[in-house]
Design a protein around this ligand. Structure first.
Ligand code: SF4
Length: 261
């Protein structure tokens, strides 16, 4: 069975516990205005162009983004770092893009990784059909679940379609009993006000087990990718939030009874 990825990162340290290999699946149904991997969004291959100047001459460099891989290839890459996983408590992470959009491929990769006793993590926005979600839960140790806003108007304006699906899929994963870390991107001007936090807390309060919460402060890495893709970046001059703003937002979640990372 085959799937399509746009990147593979070994020795990753921000995609779950320990040292990990992260597979970035291509394709995402959302269009977050702050997305720092816009090349991940189209489902198929994507062409990026960069104009390089050497003296008076211009040279256009083209790059095809997206590579078809088989389950066996992917697992053999994951197995290269078994010692690192063992020593650090790490494993394998499936990220994107949106890994749940390639649900059958994801399910098979997870199953093969679990057969080899690797710790498995799925990093998802939840914006995908849920047909295979129960099977995916079965083979997943940890979900990193992005909750961007629980305000339907803001979701539509800044993220796209799929508000209800994102909410329902989180509830469903929570019912499976699997560990969840809810990751909230902290985006100035979008979701950092008091009421934004409380709308998210309202959802998390409904879950059978309180997830841990991790804030992901907005950053500007990747902003130049938009030009290479012939797209306009929509965050303008928005700057990353100050340390104090992140601390205040973290404290709101803590005051509501959630552990933060
Ligand atoms: S969910 Fe992630 S990959 Fe998809 S558009 Fe948003 S930030 Fe980008």
């Amino acid at each position: 069975m085959q799937g399509i990825v746009f990147d593979i990162k070994r020795y990753a340290i921000h995609d779950g516990p320990g040292i990990r290999t992260t597979f970035f699946f291509k394709g995402c149904a959302l269009r977050c205005r702050w997305c720092h991997n816009p090349e991940s969004q189209p489902r198929g291959e994507t062409l990026a162009r960069q104009t390089l100047r050497v003296g008076q001459r211009e040279h256009v460099e083209e790059q095809v983004i997206g590579r078809v891989v088989t389950v066996e290839e992917l697992v053999s890459v994951a197995e290269r770092d078994l010692l690192c996983y063992e020593e650090s408590g790490g494993g394998v992470t499936f990220s994107g893009g949106e890994p749940l959009l390639q649900d059958r491929f994801l399910e098979r990769c997870l199953e093969r990784c679990k057969e080899r006793q690797l710790h498995t993590c799925v990093d998802t926005s939840g914006a995908a059909p849920a047909e295979r979600l129960d099977e995916i839960c079965r083979w997943t140790d940890l979900f990193l679940y992005d909750v961007k806003t629980m305000n339907p108007r803001k979701f539509k304006m800044h993220v796209g379609e799929g508000f209800e699906v994102v909410r329902e899929n989180l509830r469903r994963i929570a019912r499976s009993g699997k560990e969840i870390i809810v990751r909230v991107p902290a985006i100035p001007g979008v979701n950092m006000e008091w009421e934004d936090t409380w709308e998210i807390v309202g959802l998390l309060d409904e879950l059978p087990v309180a997830p841990r919460v991790q804030l992901l402060p907005y950053h500007r890495h990747g902003i130049d990718k938009y030009a290479r893709l012939g797209r306009r970046q929509e965050m303008g001059d928005t700057m990353p939030p100050a340390r104090e703003e992140i601390a205040a937002m973290n404290k709101r979640f803590q005051d509501a009874g959630f552990d933060t990372l």
